[in-house]
Design a protein around this ligand. Structure first.
Ligand code: HEM
Length: 265
């Protein structure tokens, strides 16, 4: 597994707890090393890569998860508690677990992921490898702020991703996979709703999250350089954002319907 570009001359090493023998006790990014455990969740893998969860991704308690979500992403205590306990309950686990175990298919994990393949039939755990083609399609679905360069420095064409862009990607992926039940469809919208809130940025009159942050987060499982939480990300805000994604999905599906079907609605 490759090492961070900032430490090109250091051999692969072993992680134990939150300390990395290369980057130390802080929260510098270091990718997983041989034997480290990772999940299909970019958010949790990123926490481990920055030492907000144990860097080896093992022996994680529900309280470690709550602390990691609060310190790494600035989630409010109620939101962190709901996600961590909700996750453990769906997994049917009350003992510490590894990140890989979090990807148990059908618990929190679901089909129609944005950047992962569906879990192959007969497999108990979801694939953790990010699919480069799916990642590029997701980023291509982000169009906010792309239409004009209003408010941007000349040459700085920063594209943002907002709830409608996420809806476009979800509609596309849900057409390609077996239907999701209501709970997992909600989880899928919520996953992106959280990060839309955590990273929301304003560029001119456009609001969304920079696609370049999204690319590094999903591909390298890394926080944006120098980024620290700017606000406490609350539960109600995530609920509102998930609803915005759901409503935008309804609109997009309607727009794709043939005219005679639309007329029957
Ligand atoms: C800051 C909080 C979190 C954020 C922003 C977040 C975000 C995401 C995103 C965007 C995905 C989708 C990846 C894809 O579609 O390919 C995902 C997947 C997943 N997350 Fe998280 N997550 C968070 C916390 C959690 C927690 C607390 C758990 C469980 C305890 C969890 C478990 C999972 C699992 C199992 C998947 C795979 C779902 C799938 O099949 O796509 N996540 N997460």
């Amino acid at each position: 597994m490759s090492l961070p570009a900032s430490h090109p001359d250091i051999d692969s090493h072993q992680h134990k707890g939150k300390t990395c023998p290369v980057t130390g006790k802080g929260h510098e990014w270091c990718p997983p090393q041989d034997g480290d455990s990772r999940s299909p969740c970019p958010a949790l893998n990123t926490l481990a890569n920055h030492g907000y969860l144990s860097r080896d991704g093992r022996n994680i308690s529900v309280f470690d998860l709550i602390r990691g979500l609060k310190n790494g992403y600035g989630l409010s205590t109620p939101l962190a508690i709901v996600l961590a306990f909700g996750g453990f309950i769906l997994l049917g686990r009350f003992t510490n677990l590894s990140l890989f175990e979090i990807g148990k298919h059908g618990a929190v994990e679901h089909d129609a992921s944005l950047v992962h393949k569906d879990t192959p039939k007969g497999e108990e755990y979801a694939p953790i490898d990010v699919q480069e083609d799916l990642l590029e399609k997701l980023l291509a679905d982000a169009k906010t702020g792309d239409e004009d360069s209003e408010g941007l420095e000349a040459g700085d064409r920063r594209t943002l991703m907002d709830a409608t862009d996420v809806a476009r990607a979800r509609v596309r992926r849900e057409k390609e996979s077996p239907a999701l039940d209501a709970l997992h469809a909600e989880i899928a919208r919520g996953e992106m709703g959280i990060i839309l809130g955590v990273w929301e940025t304003k560029v001119g009159r456009k609001v969304g999250i920079p696609v370049e942050w999204m690319r590094d987060w999903l591909r390298k499982e890394r926080l944006p350089e120098g980024w620290k939480p700017t606000h406490a990300q609350g539960l109600l805000d995530v609920v509102k954002r998930s609803k915005a994604i759901r409503l935008a999905m309804v609109d997009l599906r309607k727009a794709e319907m043939p005219t005679d079907e639309k007329a029957r609605l």
